[in-house]
Design a protein around this ligand. Structure first.
Ligand SMILES: Nc1ncnc2c1ncn2[C@@H]1O[C@H](COP(=O)(O)OP(=O)(O)OP(=O)(O)O)[C@@H](O)[C@H]1O
Ligand SMILES: [Mg+2]
Length: 441
């Protein structure tokens, strides 16, 4: 279950949380809050005094197919009935999902998030009728907790986006159930669960470097698809728990409850109530509520750092200076030798030095505090694809067994040929330099 990790205590001031200065106030925030991560991770417990109204069970666009966004620009938004009539989505009876999951039995519980619990169930592959557990096709059934923080609006947004968008790196929504106060979603089952479980749970075999890069590429493809869609879609909730993995560690992004149309025409951003997850949300978005695709890039950089370090975006069990992953890694990005201090210990030194250095440098570009300096997603994907080439995947020789056992100081980085003390591409934060660095290898 997701709640095996930890549930941090977060400081909130005037309904605003600032992960970079959790004791400081943010000036004049516009109705800002970040919703909870639920039981499973590093999210923000929504305080009862939060000023944001919970979404009501009625879609604001129900009788208004042409809606206005907050900037007053007209945009065509589908009605609730249009969304629910999406071809290819099955409308399930509640009783069918009760049967498919053995009455939502605890044995079938896959995890729990802010929305509610997720159960494993079984359906007939052709008719989608419930079948005996263990037979037919496995599915994941997400059941909205009636008192959950994420409500009908997010549920409908998920049906809307996943009902229309199809891509190998987005999870497939099979159907939904809307009956009385019951709201459920039925997805394809992802046998390896979420990236969060693999990175931060001790009961899993550590992911190899190559698998980590495969996951980064898959996630980048999913985000690139969303950002290049017409109209653009901003995911807004990119984090390790929303990156699901199939049996071959192929990525499928899940949870489109917070997804939002990107700016259109002359707009530079979309103004929203700030929603997202602590540690992953971009600082300028938390400050201003101005959403752009660059907010997703920031979150992507955070996840890339999680893949590199094996550390979670925010961890209040650590010493103060190590609690925020982005702040902690920054001083260690000067060169390959410094990088060794932040690499995930569970890799046991089995990572390519150059590949890791380029990945960390790329991640640092993604989390640039100035959103205009963050590279676009397609560029990030291009770099990551290059990191899958053999020259960036070659591992150092395994440590001698004696050294592993007896010396705490053995570091494979010592065996590397020394490079320049400060690689040229790091002298500037401009990412074209990263490109030159990759090409020169
Ligand atoms: N399609 C799926 N196949 C397999 N497991 C899944 C699937 N969807 C979700 N899960 C499991 O259920 C857990 C909870 O997912 P859920 O999206 O509800 O919460 P979360 O991502 O942890 O938090 P949040 O509510 O903030 O998104 C996931 O971490 C994953 O382990
Ligand atoms: Mg999720």
């Amino acid at each position: 279950m997701g709640n095996c990790i930890f549930r941090p205590k977060l400081k909130k001031v005037d309904g605003v949380f600032n992960p970079y200065a959790s004791n400081k106030m943010i000036m004049n925030p516009p109705n800002v809050y970040i919703p909870p991560r639920g039981a499973s991770g590093q999210g923000i417990p929504l305080p009862s005094q939060c000023s944001h109204p919970l979404p009501t069970p009625t879609s604001p666009q129900k009788n208004n197919p042409v809606g206005k966004n907050r900037n007053g620009t007209l945009q065509n938004l589908p009605t609730e009935s249009q969304i629910l009539a999406s071809p290819g989505l099955k409308s399930f009876l509640y009783s069918e999902l009760v049967e498919a999951t053995a009455a939502f039995s605890a044995d079938n519980l896959l995890g729990e998030g802010g929305f509610g619990c997720v159960y494993k169930g079984w359906l007939d592959i052709d008719t989608l009728a419930p079948v005996r557990p263990g037979s037919g096709m496995a599915v994941a059934v997400k059941k909205l907790r009636p008192q959950g923080y994420q409500g009908h609006k997010e549920w409908l947004s998920e049906v809307n986006y996943l009902g229309r968008l199809h891509h190998p790196n987005l999870v497939k929504l099979i159907g939904f159930c809307l009956k009385g106060e019951n709201r459920l979603l039925v997805y394809e089952y992802m046998p390896q669960g979420s990236l969060e479980n693999h990175l931060f749970k001790n009961d899993r075999r550590p992911l190899s470097w190559e698998t980590r890069m495969k996951i980064a590429v898959g996630a980048a493809r999913g985000l690139t698809f969303l950002h290049n869609s017409e109209p653009q879609i901003i995911y807004r909730d990119f984090k390790a728990s929303n990156i699901l993995l199939d049996s071959d560690f192929n990525v499928k992004l899940s949870d489109f409850g917070l997804a939002k149309r990107g700016p259109t025409g002359d707009q530079t951003h979309v103004s929203t109530i700030v929603m997202g997850t602590e540690g992953y949300a971009a600082p300028e978005y938390i400050r201003t509520g101005r959403l752009t695709a660059k907010c997703d890039i920031y979150s992507f950089g955070v996840v890339l750092f999680e893949l590199i370090t094996g550390r979670v975006a925010v961890d209040y069990r650590r010493a103060k200076e190590e609690q925020n992953l982005v702040s902690w890694v920054k001083p260690h990005l000067r060169n390959k030798r410094a990088l060794v201090r932040i690499m995930d210990n569970s890799l046991e030194g089995q990572y390519p030095r150059r590949g890791a250095f380029v990945a960390a440098t790329l991640a640092s570009y993604c989390v640039n505090p100035e959103h205009k300096f963050r590279p676009p997603m397609s560029e990030v994907l291009g770099y990551l694809e290059q990191l899958q080439s053999p020259k960036f995947l070659t591992l150092p020789p395994s440590p001698p067994p004696d050294a592993m056992r007896s010396s705490t100081n053995w570091s494979p980085i010592n065996r590397m040929p020394r490079g320049p003390s400060r690689p040229a591409h790091l002298k500037s934060q401009h990412h074209s330099r990263l490109s030159r660095y990759i090409e020169s290898r």
